[in-house]
Design a protein around this ligand. Structure first.
Ligand code: UD1
Ligand code: MG
Length: 468
């Protein structure tokens, strides 16, 4: 069979007033990613030649987000079309039609239904067969507000009746329209021009296409989704939170099936863009965000928050580590209470301990900073050891400067490294030193005033204060 040229139209012009937000509803995050983004990702997976997003309320913000999303999609044409003076879902699709290039099939999605699965969309499209239209439906626990699927005596779809237009018998119908449709493009083009607003809401209903198809003797088909949760639209903050929770569970379950252990799956946040490998262990309260990628055998302990972090095989991230845009190398150990800021790259077998903050810092193989340090704009050579309380003084109030340590450098506790400064291989810095000049390989740098011990000083001070 010849493959179909397909376009996806995402309806996203609605107001979303129940969110009570200045942010357009479709940009509200569900599991850390705008709900429209989830819809677009699924749309792209259907391999369309183009995607059109119908915008209205909050148009500028929605368009800006769509454009930046589209800039990461190669070979896919994505554009926004403004629906002027919105008058219903049918009216919205009318706006898309003049912008479509030649296609055989249209898939209509809603921007506020983020939980729909790709396999359900595929099922919706195959339910159409060669017919004019198929519609996604489900058995609603409470059908109030939804369009009801009306069938005739022979079980064929006669049409969809909106809740506000339905009589009391029709309101008994539990099979409701979820809204998403697959349409043959030629049918959509002709039937959309037949819509009228002769209904309870004075709108152009997309759902009337089902009645039109039936009246033309080519009844549409229904694809019934098994899982009602998937079909739910998000209109309120509470629904946004519950959609997030549903998706969160789905993602965690997926990774458990792929060989990842979760110590407390109910308390773990893993975004859809995260990648995990087998035999990873994730502790309670862990958040994995963005493009975080955790390789085999790595362990992420309780309360750690990682965003855009690559954790390589066998690494151990101890409790309450916070890291962003960083690399944690093979067999490295980090935490507890470590802060890896953007540009931190810990190579294999490094060790970074409690209350250490790093930023644009490279720690080469086996380097260690076990306690209480700030390491910014620096390159720490292999097997170097950074003592407790070491600070790279990288900022003079205007500019940032680099600290470079060779291999096997030993930095004593409470050292300040005033950048720009370079320490050669095997250099040694005595505790309490302020390093302001380069240290040659193998040299000791020490800057301290000599210690004096004054015998009997305490007793003399005591007797002085007693006599006064
Ligand atoms: C629609 C369906 C209803 C279905 C329900 C499922 C129609 C007439 N009714 O009703 O059968 O049970 O969804 O949730 O289609 N939108 C636009 N422009 C508009 C109006 C809406 O882009 O002029 C977009 C909205 O942003 C939203 C989607 O279309 O993404 C659905 O609109 P909404 O107003 O929620 O439709 P419902 O009345 O809920
Ligand atoms: Mg709705």
């Amino acid at each position: 069979m010849k493959s179909l040229r397909r376009a996806v139209v995402v309806l996203a012009a609605g107001q979303g007033s129940r969110m009570k937000s200045t942010l357009p509803k479709v940009l509200h995050p569900v599991l850390g990613y705008p709900m429209l983004g989830h819809v677009l990702r699924n749309a792209a997976a259907m391999q369309p030649s183009e995607i059109i997003v119908i915008t209205g309320h909050g148009r500028e913000a929605v368009q800006a987000w769509v454009e930046q999303w589209a800039s990461h999609q190669s070979g896919l044409c994505v554009r926004c079309v403004e629906q002027i003076d919105p008058r219903g879902t049918g009216h919205a699709l009318q706006f898309a039609m003049p912008h479509l290039s030649e296609t055989d099939e249209l898939l209509v999605l809603y921007g506020d239904v983020p939980l729909l699965r790709q396999q359900t969309l595929a099922a919706l499209m195959s339910a159409r067969g060669s017919g004019p239209v198929s519609v996604l439906a489900g058995h609603a626990p409470d059908p109030t507000g939804y369009g009801r699927i009306v069938t005739n005596d022979t079980g064929q779809v006669a049409g969809i009746v909106e809740h506000k237009d339905a009589d009391s018998n029709q309101r008994e119908i539990r099979l409701v329209n979820a809204g998403m449709m697959a349409l043959r493009t030629d049918f959509a083009a002709s039937a959309l021009s037949l819509l009228d607003d002769n209904n309870a809401q004075g709108e152009l209903y997309l759902t009337d296409l089902l009645g039109i198809a039936a009246s033309q003797g080519e009844a549409g088909s229904v694809c019934v989704a098994e899982d009602w949760l998937e079909l739910q639209g998000v209109n309120t903050r509470a629904q946004c939170a519950s959609a997030t929770d549903t998706l969160r569970r789905r993602v965690v379950e997926h990774w458990m099936n792929e060989g990842v252990s979760f110590e407390q799956p109910e308390q773990t946040w893993v975004e859809t863009s995260v990648r995990l490998h087998s035999d990873v262990t994730i502790g309670a309260g862990v958040e994995l965000r963005g493009c975080t990628d955790v390789h085999s055998g790595a362990v992420i302990r309780r309360g750690s928050v990682l965003e855009d972090v690559r954790v390589e095989a066998g690494a151990l991230v101890k409790p309450y580590t916070v890291a962003q845009d960083a690399v944690i190398g093979e067999q490295a150990q980090v935490g507890p209470f470590t802060h890896l800021r953007p540009g931190s790259h810990l190579e294999s077998k490094t060790k970074v301990g409690n209350f250490v903050e790093t930023k644009k810092a490279r720690l080469r193989v086996g380097a260690k900073a076990s306690h209480l340090s700030y390491l910014g704009d620096c390159d720490i050579g292999a097997a170097s050891n950074i003592g407790a309380g070491t600070i790279t003084c990288n900022y003079d109030g205007k500019n940032k400067f680099q600290t470079v340590l060779g291999k096997g450098v030993f930095i004593g506790s409470d050292t300040q490294l005033v950048a720009p400064v370079t320490l050669g291989d095997g250099a040694y810095v005595g505790a309490g030193t302020t390093v302001t000049e380069d240290v040659p390989p193998g040299a000791l740098a020490i800057s301290r005033t000599e210690q004096r011990n004054i015998e009997g000083w305490v007793a003399r001070k005591k007797s002085k204060s007693e006599s006064s």
